[in-house]
Design a protein around this ligand. Structure first.
Ligand code: SF4
Ligand code: SF4
Length: 146
């Protein structure tokens, strides 16, 4: 009998506490602003410097570029930009080295799919992934706006 009363006591105490669980996915998760989520890519900003490819620890970025079509302009334009999310570890290094913020982190994290091929995201997909972009992408390591 004492055990039952003790048990009920624990239940009543827990019922009045604030809930720590959520009804995900019905209730979407709000991630903190510093969260490292699936990248957004802006082809207009990319200067094809290859720094993101070189720094990536898992070699999951592949890109191709070509000379700027306008003879009056220097530099290159991007042709293809792909990230393989089978092996991307969302470490943030690609966005940290990008000098133009062509590749930036978002707060999206849902990558569950039925086939591995679907984890290979191309430039069009990464460009359309343009919501919930992390605002601190515009801030350097000392917290100063670039
Ligand atoms: S987040 Fe890390 S692993 Fe993923 S593409 Fe960028 S550098 Fe590579
Ligand atoms: S580091 Fe930025 S600008 Fe350079 S190739 Fe990568 S995405 Fe483009």
């Amino acid at each position: 009998m004492m055990g039952l009363i003790k048990g009920m006591g624990v239940t009543l105490k827990t019922m009045t506490k604030q809930k720590v669980t959520r009804k995900y996915p019905d209730e979407p998760m709000e991630m903190p602003d510093r969260f490292r989520g699936i990248q957004h890519f802006d082809p207009e900003k990319c200067i094809v410097c290859n720094q993101c490819v070189r720094v990536c620890p898992t070699d999951c970025i592949s890109l191709t570029g070509r000379k700027h079509p306008d003879p009056g302009k220097r530099g290159k334009v991007i042709d293809t930009y792909d990230i393989n999310f089978e092996i991307c570890i969302l470490c943030d290094l690609c966005t940290e080295v990008c000098p133009t913020e062509a590749v930036v982190m978002t707060q999206h994290f849902e990558l569950a799919v039925y086939t591995r091929d679907e984890l290979f995201k191309d430039m069009g997909w990464l460009h359309e992934n343009d919501s919930k972009i992390r605002s601190v992408n515009n801030v350097n390591a000392r917290g100063v706006k670039k």
